[in-house]
Design a protein around this ligand. Structure first.
Ligand code: MRU
Length: 367
């Protein structure tokens, strides 16, 4: 996507041919800064500290992290250490393990002398494939928006609610949940996006709102508790969210609070779609609530909040009483029964085991 007229992806190879550059997402929405990753440790820190985040981008960064490790030392030991260090960064998004498994399967049989070039080429391929997948999700999701638009009076916007940031900043480009929105907007279909703020880290308020604003997509930021009210009053035509891991039977793990939106959508007859790139399917798990590890992050994300002060500096304030314990669960699971459809690169797939397996037969029953 373009930032002030300049085309950007979220991750790219540096001019020196080995370092990797990323957009520092901890600085949004008030600063646009680029960070250079020189080592596998830099890549691991970028994922852990959420300089990069969003399931597909976590996978792409991990792939480049392996390449950075191979640049320094392409031995078997170094490969093992890199895979372990990167795998330990965040527990929930399955794209991380998917990318590491893919890198390991490619690199292990190779002579160490061949590993560096192969690793960089594979990381680049993972990035290019992510862009293709998201563009395809966009085309399939666009058909849903077109259908809703066709049932509305001319000129009335399709009102779409989204949670967290499943936008281009969460992927290499396009985004998953946002790809259909960008394509609809570009096609001249009026859309309006309700952007959940997404406490505690505010990915909606600081990332999704920034993205949509830069692309000219009309949107309104709401606090996380507003969705149910909007749906009760007929102000939402569809919900579309991303996912960090979707199980073989279609349970969807995504940013904390997604489940509550799905419940409200179900209660109000609002279609609830999940944009799902196939690397985000974990065919090894079925019951999402029981089997998916849910990341618990530091309490400061709950007890503190940051924003731009009147002096133009970003400042952090505490919002809880001293000594009050806090809990910070980062993801929840929406059961498949609440999902209207999975918008994949191969079309709209029902959220059940048979339909998912039929859409991705080469991966079903295994990896
Ligand atoms: O904690 P984050 O910001 O990495 O969580 C991101 C999300 O929950 C996204 O919705 C998900 O990764 C899908 S991104 C296309």
């Amino acid at each position: 996507m373009k930032v002030d007229g300049i085309p950007f992806r979220t991750i790219w190879l540096g001019r020196d041919g080995h370092s990797v550059e990323v957009i520092d997402q901890t600085r949004f929405p008030h600063r646009f800064e680029i960070l250079r990753l020189e080592t596998v440790g830099d890549a691991a820190s970028a994922i852990r500290d959420m300089v990069v985040r969003g399931a597909p981008l976590i996978g792409a960064t991990a792939a480049y992290g392996v390449a950075l490790a191979m640049h320094d030392d392409a031995s078997e030991d170094a490969l093992d250490r890199a895979l372990d260090e990167l795998a330990a960064t965040r527990p929930t998004a399955i794209n991380l393990r998917w990318a590491l498994d893919r890198m390991a399967a490619l690199l292990r049989p190779l002579d160490p002398a061949a590993r560096e070039a192969a690793a960089y080429a594979e990381a680049a391929a993972i990035c290019d494939e992510d862009v293709e997948i998201n563009a395809a999700i966009g085309r399939h999701g666009l058909a849903i928006i077109e259908k809703i638009a066709a049932g509305k009076p001319a000129g009335k916007p399709v009102r779409i609610l989204t949670h967290c940031n499943a936008g281009w900043l969460a992927t290499v480009d396009w985004g998953t949940a946002t790809a259909p929105i960008y394509m609809a907007h570009d096609a001249g279909i009026p859309v309006h996006v309700w952007v959940d703020e997404t406490r505690p880290r505010n990915q909606g308020a600081s990332l999704t709102a920034w993205e949509l604003g830069h692309h000219g997509v009309p949107h309104t930021v709401v606090v996380d508790n507003v969705g149910g009210h909007l749906m009760q009053h007929g102000l939402v035509d569809m919900v579309i969210v991303g996912t960090d891991r979707t199980t073989a039977r279609g349970d969807v793990c995504n940013k904390i609070g997604t489940y509550l939106k799905a419940l409200a959508a179900d209660d109000n007859g609002v279609p609830f779609y999940v944009a799902l790139p196939s690397p985000t399917i974990d065919f090894r798990v079925h019951d999402g609530v029981a089997e998916i590890p849910i990341e618990e992050r530091g309490g400061a994300e709950v007890s503190e909040i940051s924003g731009l002060g009147p002096d133009g500096e970003v400042t952090t304030v505490t919002i809880t009483p001293p000594g009050s314990p806090v809990a910070n669960y980062a993801f929840d699971v929406t059961p498949a029964r609440l999902v209207t459809g999975l918008v994949t690169e191969r079309g709209i797939v029902a959220a059940n085991e048979a339909a998912i397996a039929a859409a991705f037969p080469e991966r079903a029953g295994g990896r």
